[in-house]
Design a protein around this ligand. Structure first.
Ligand SMILES: Cc1ncc(COP(=O)(O)O)c(C=O)c1O
Length: 446
C-alpha cells in the first residue's frame, strides 16, 4: 500500500498561490492594443497578480466579513490621508448615506447641530444622484447652486446668498477629481455653524492648497467602484478627524447598534451585560442595543483584500492620471477658440477622474458630432454626472430652491463631455486618443 503523505496547510496554500500567479499571467497579462479595434475605455480596473493573490488568500481564510484585510486597509487609508478615522462601506453611495446619517444622530441636539427633516442643505445641480439622495430621502430641501465652466465646480460667489436659517449642511463633490474651493466653503460653514461633507468619490489623491481632499470638511466620502482611483469592485469609505462623529458612523454602518465590537469579538466594552439604556431591561445584551436607526453597509474582507493591494499602487495611479490629463490638455490647447479645456481650480492639484471637453456654441461642430466621432473610433465618452439633476425624471417633483440660475449647469449638460485619463490608458492608447481628438478638431476648422 502506498503511504500517502498529507500536505500541510502552508504547502497547499503555496501551491494555490503559485497557480494564481500562473492564472494571472495567462488570463490577464496580455494588454495588446489594436488601434481602432481595442476600445479606449473611460476607466476600468488596473491590477496585477497582487490583487488576485490577496483576494484568494482572503477567500481561503474564509473569514468573509470585515477582518484582518479590512483593518489593514483602513489603517493604510487613514495613514495615506493623514486622518484619525477611516471606515469602509460597500459603495461610495453608501459612504454618502452613512456620512449624512451620522449628522442626524440625536446626540447632536446637545450642540444644536442635529439635522432634522425640514432642514436645508446646499449643493450643486450638476450632481451625482447619490450625493444628494440621502439628504432628500431624509426630508431635507436641497438648495441648488450653479457651477463654473472650465472647473465644473460650485460657483462659490453665490454660497453665502444660499444660506437660510434652515441651512445645516453643505454637501458637494470635488467634480471629476477637481477640488472645489474648500477654503471658502469651510469659511462660510464656520461662520454659519454648518456641517460640510466632501464627496471625494472621484478625488482620492487630489489636494487643495496642499491639503488632501476628503480630510478638510467634517466627513469625506470615497468610492472604490472600478471607475475610481482605486477599486475593490464595489466599495467605499468614510473618513473623519472627529472622534465623536466616528462613533455615530460606526453605529449607523453596523445596524445602528450601540456596541462597537468588531466582527467576531464580544465584550470590548467590558460590561456587555451591564448596560441600562432606553427602557430595556437592565443588563440587556449590549450587542443588541440600538442607539441609532441604522443600516448594514459593511464590506467583506475579500473586497478589502483587493483594496489593500490597490492602495500600494495609488501613487503611481495618481501620476498616470495627471500625466494623461496634461497630455490631452496640451494637445487641445490650440483649439481653445472652440473648446473650453478642463482647468484645475485655483490652488488645487487634482488627481483627475477624467478630461472634460466643452464645445463652445460658436464651434463649427457640436458636442454630439464630437462624441459620435470618438465613439465610432472606439474612444469612450461620458457625460458629467446626471447633467442638471432637476431635469431628471426622478427629481421632477422635488421640493427645492435655486439660488441664482443654473445656466452653466445646463450649458455643461448640453455642450460638454469627458474622456478617460485612468492609468489603463497607456502611451499607445493615449496617443491614439489624442490623434483622434486633434484630427477631429483640425478637420472642422480648416
Ligand atoms: C461624485 C460621486 N459620488 C458618489 C458616487 C457613488 O459611488 P458608488 O458608485 O461607489 O456608489 C459616484 C460614482 O461614481 C460619484 O462620481
Amino acid at each position: 500500500m502506498v503511504n500517502e503523505v498529507k500536505k500541510s496547510e502552508k504547502e497547499i496554500h503555496d501551491s494555490i498561490m503559485s497557480l494564481i500567479k500562473e492564472w494571472h499571467e495567462v488570463k490577464f497579462s496580455k494588454k495588446d492594443f489594436k488601434p481602432g479595434e481595442t476600445y479606449v475605455n473611460y476607466s476600468g480596473r488596473v491590477f496585477d497578480e497582487k490583487e488576485l493573490l490577496n483576494l484568494i488568500d482572503s477567500s481561503l481564510e474564509f473569514w468573509l466579513t470585515g477582518g484582518k484585510y479590512d483593518n489593514e486597509f483602513c489603517e493604510g487609508l487613514s495613514k495615506y490621508l493623514g486622518v484619525k478615522h477611516a471606515l469602509t462601506v460597500n459603495s461610495g453611495s453608501s459612504a454618502n448615506l452613512l456620512a449624512f446619517s451620522a449628522l442626524t444622530a440625536p446626540e447632536l441636539d446637545r450642540i444644536n447641530k442635529r439635522i432634522i427633516p425640514g432642514d436645508e442643505f446646499i449643493t450643486v445641480a450638476a450632481s451625482f444622484p447619490t450625493t444628494v439622495n440621502p439628504a432628500i430621502q431624509f426630508g431635507l430641501t436641497p438648495v441648488f447652486l450653479d457651477i463654473e465652466l472650465g472647473t465644473y465646480n460650485i460657483d462659490i460667489n453665490k454660497l453665502e446668498e444660499a444660506i437660510s436659517e434652515k441651512t445645516k449642511l453643505i454637501m458637494i463633490a470635488h467634480t471629476l477629481g477637481n477640488p472645489f474651493n474648500i477654503d471658502e466653503v469651510m469659511k462660510v460653514a464656520k461662520k454659519h455653524n454648518l456641517w460640510v461633507i466632501e464627496d471625494t468619490c472621484d478625488a482620492l489623491g487630489s489636494t487643495y492648497d496642499g491639503k488632501l481632499c476628503g480630510t478638510i470638511g467634517d466627513i469625506g466620502t470615497l468610492s472604490f467602484y472600478p471607475a475610481h482611483q482605486i477599486t475593490m469592485g464595489e466599495g467605499g469609505a468614510v473618513v473623519t478627524n472627529n472622534s465623536i462623529l466616528k462613533m455615530y458612523l460606526n453605529s449607523f454602518r453596523d445596524w445602528g447598534r450601540d456596541c462597537w465590537c468588531p466582527s467576531g469579538k464580544d465584550n470590548t466594552c467590558g460590561k456587555r451585560f451591564g448596560w441600562e439604556l432606553g427602557s430595556l431591561p437592565p443588563g440587556y445584551d449590549h450587542k443588541y442595543i440600538y442607539s441609532h436607526i441604522g443600516y448594514n453597509l459593511k464590506i467583506t474582507d475579500m473586497q478589502a483584500a483587493i483594496g489593500l493591494a490597490q492602495l500600494d499602487k495609488l501613487e503611481s495611479f495618481i501620476s498616470a492620471r495627471k500625466r494623461n490629463h496634461k497630455a490631452i490638455y496640451d494637445a487641445l490647447k490650440p483649439f481653445e477658440n472652440f473648446l473650453i479645456l478642463h482647468e484645475a481650480t485655483k490652488k488645487s492639484d487634482p488627481c483627475w477622474f477624467g478630461f472634460m471637453i466643452y464645445v463652445k456654441p460658436e464651434a463649427p461642430f457640436s458636442k454630439q458630432d464630437f462624441v459620435l466621432y470618438l465613439e465610432e473610433n472606439k474612444i469612450a465618452t461620458r457625460n458629467l454626472f446626471a447633467g442638471n439633476i432637476l431635469r431628471q425624471p426622478a427629481y421632477a417633483a422635488l421640493k427645492h430652491r435655486i439660488v441664482g440660475d443654473l445656466k452653466n449647469t445646463d450649458l455643461t449638460m448640453n455642450n460638454a463631455f469627458w474622456v478617460g485619463v485612468y492609468p489603463g490608458i497607456d502611451d499607445n492608447r493615449r496617443n491614439y486618443m489624442i490623434d483622434h481628438l486633434v484630427k477631429f478638431c483640425k478637420k472642422h476648422i480648416t
